[in-house]
Design a protein around this ligand. Structure first.
Ligand SMILES: Cc1cc2nc3c(=O)[nH]c(=O)nc-3n(C[C@H](O)[C@H](O)[C@H](O)COP(=O)(O)O)c2cc1C
Length: 227
C-alpha cells in the first residue's frame, strides 16, 4: 500500500484541482496529523469544508488546541458500522455528551454517528447535544443503495447485532487492504468466509474463493449492462 503521506499529497492535489465543497477526515496516524491535514486543506482550498470524525474524548480535547479547526466534528460511537476504535471505543449515549461538554466553549457543530437508523435515534442524538447526525449502515439497507444484493440481504438479516456481527480484520485482508492502523478495526457482519476461517480453512483458499466469486458477479453485471 502507498504511504499515507503520499496518499495525502495526492488528495491535496485533487482538492486543489476541484475545490470540493467538503472533505472528510478520519484515522490520523498520529493526532497532530489531523491538524496538519486541516491546515493544509484550509490553505489549499479555503472554501472547502472539513468534517473530522473522532471517537474519543482525548481526540476532542486535542482538537481544541489547534488554531485551524474543522468545520464539523463527527463523534463516532462504538455502534458504528465499518471501522471504529479497537479498544477504547464508547457507546454514543455516553461518548456524545462528554464530547459536547468538552467542546462547550467552541462553536464547532457536533454531529453524531453510530447506530442512528430512525427518528428515535436522531431525536436522542439531538437531545444529547448534537447539531446533526451521520448515517451509513441504514442507507446500505435502502432500495436506492447500489450494493450487491447479498451484502444488502446480510445487513437486513442481521437483526441481533451482538451475535450477527464481529470485529475482524479478515475482510480487509481478503480484499488486500493492510494499511489500517491497529487502533481501528472494522465492525462487520459474520459471513461465510469468517465462519470458515474460524473453522480452519486457509486464508489463501478463502482469498481465491472471493476472487472467483467477484469474477462471476462482475460477469453478471456486464450482462445486465450495469458493469
Ligand atoms: C460500509 C461502510 C464504509 C465506511 N467507510 C468509511 C470511510 O471510508 N471513512 C470513514 O471515515 N468512515 C467510514 N464509515 C463509517 C462512517 O463514517 C460512520 O462513522 C458510521 O458508518 C456511522 O455508523 P452507522 O453505520 O451505524 O450509521 C463507513 C461505514 C460503512 C457502513
Amino acid at each position: 500500500m502507498r504511504s499515507r503521506k503520499l496518499l495525502f499529497n495526492t488528495a491535496i492535489s485533487i482538492i486543489q484541482k476541484y475545490n470540493p465543497c467538503a472533505t472528510w477526515l478520519y484515522v490520523p496516524e498520529q493526532r497532530q496529523h489531523l491538524y496538519e491535514w486541516t491546515s493544509r486543506i484550509r490553505n489549499t482550498s479555503p472554501q472547502t469544508q472539513m468534517w473530522a470524525q473522532i471517537g474519543t474524548v482525548d481526540e476532542a480535547k486535542g482538537m481544541l488546541g489547534y488554531s485551524t479547526k474543522p468545520d464539523v466534528l463527527v463523534v463516532q460511537g462504538s455502534e458504528s458500522g465499518s471501522h471504529g476504535r479497537a479498544k477504547d471505543g464508547m457507546g454514543l449515549l455516553s461518548l456524545l455528551p462528554e464530547i459536547v461538554d468538552t467542546m462547550a466553549k467552541s462553536d464547532i457543530p457536533i454531529f453524531a454517528a453510530g447506530g442512528i437508523v430512525d427518528d428515535g435515534s436522531v431525536a436522542a442524538s439531538l437531545c444529547l447535544g448534537a447539531s446533526g447526525v451521520v448515517m451509513a449502515t441504514r442507507f446500505l439497507a435502502s432500495r436506492e443503495a447500489r450494493i450487491s444484493p447479498g451484502f444488502q440481504t446480510g445487513i437486513l438479516r442481521a437483526n441481533n447485532g451482538a451475535v450477527s456481527t464481529t470485529r475482524p480484520l479478515l475482510c480487509n485482508h481478503l480484499r488486500g487492504e493492510y494499511g489500517w492502523l491497529e487502533d481501528h478495526v472494522p465492525w462487520t457482519i459474520i459471513n461465510k468466509s469468517f465462519v470458515e476461517f474460524r473453522q480452519g480453512r486457509p486464508f489463501e483458499e478463502l482469498r481465491e474463493m472471493r476472487r472467483a466469486l467477484l469474477g462471476v458477479l462482475r460477469a453478471g453485471e456486464g450482462r445486465q449492462g450495469c458493469g
